[in-house]
Design a protein around this ligand. Structure first.
Ligand code: SF4
Length: 284
């Protein structure tokens, strides 16, 4: 992993494409992701963004934006006004192309510094999105933040399985992530489990029953329709479909998402979201 530091001129990116309905801005404290060589990195949509990877292999680099918090405070007033005029409210998604809780966060504290800056100047909505149980490490900070803005913590757990045949292990085990979700929820924070992309579930009733206890809602998204390409073409070029098919070929079809939605609704009535609409906070 090649780690570098940079001073950036801007940290708030006005949302476009699929994120447009979810938030007014995205915020990435890092460029690249230390989890790129873990299970989630295999199908990670960000690896196809050549502007972001700049020719480097996904999971091989991490650029630390060391002045992220300072830039947030500098930009937020102007960007809030733009968001209010153009998107209704100042809503930040953190993060869409990295994980805010990569191990290097211990050394650099970029996410912590940005969250502290948000205590001073909160957005209207903050969605914290992570693949790691480490999301629970700033729980006291979240409690303060939730007093000043709507805070939603999205924790990605795509399946009840830790391993898919032939693929690397996850950065954080399913059990550790579920425990983190339960801890955050018990602290009164709003927690959503995001299953995106949905992977084969070994025991759907048992899984959604556990999710119902640990989280406020669940969002299910299939790589078909969810990876930003026609018919999931981007994901079909990765090793993920073969690993899914080795467990159950039927999970490759969009019908599998609809089957899982039906099971989820039995255990989380009114708390199930689908696709980008679910990421935007719409549940039924
Ligand atoms: S944590 Fe997110 S950004 Fe990082 S590799 Fe996994 S899916 Fe991609």
């Amino acid at each position: 992993m090649h780690v570098s530091e940079s001073e950036i001129k801007s940290i708030l990116t006005r949302s476009s494409g699929y994120l447009r309905t979810v938030c007014s801005h995205s915020l990435q404290g890092y460029r690249g992701c230390s989890f790129g060589r873990a299970l989630c990195g295999v199908g990670c949509y960000v690896q196809h963004n050549s502007w972001l990877t700049r020719g480097e292999a996904w999971g091989s680099f991490l650029e630390v934006k060391i002045n992220a918090a300072e830039q947030y405070l500098r930009q937020q007033h102007k960007e809030r006004k733009w968001a209010e005029n153009n998107r209704g409210r100042f809503a930040i998604f953190m993060s869409s192309s990295t994980d805010p809780f990569v191990p290097h966060e211990d050394r650099y504290g970029i996410t912590r510094q940005v969250l502290e800056a948000m205590l001073e100047a909160p957005p209207d909505l903050l969605i914290l999105q992570s693949h790691s149980h480490r999301v629970a490490m700033y729980i006291e900070l979240y409690k303060h933040l939730a007093e000043g803005c709507e805070l939603r913590i999205h924790l990605s757990i795509e399946s009840d399985r830790d391993r898919l045949p032939g693929l690397p292990p996850p950065a954080s085990s399913v059990a550790a992530r579920l425990e983190a979700a339960a801890t955050l929820k018990a602290a009164g924070l709003r927690v959503v489990i995001t299953m995106a992309p949905l992977l084969p579930i070994a025991d759907p009733p048992a899984w959604f029953s556990r999710v119902a206890r640990c989280a406020d809602a669940v969002v299910i998204d299939h790589f078909i329709g969810g990876d930003g390409s026609k018919q999931g073409q981007r994901t079909l070029r990765t090793a993920l479909p073969a690993a899914i098919a080795a467990i159950d070929q039927r999970c490759l079809a969009l019908d599998y998402r609809d089957q899982m939605l039906r099971v989820a609704k039995n255990y989380l009535p009114g708390r199930v979201g689908v696709g980008i609409s679910g990421f935007a906070g719409n549940y039924s």
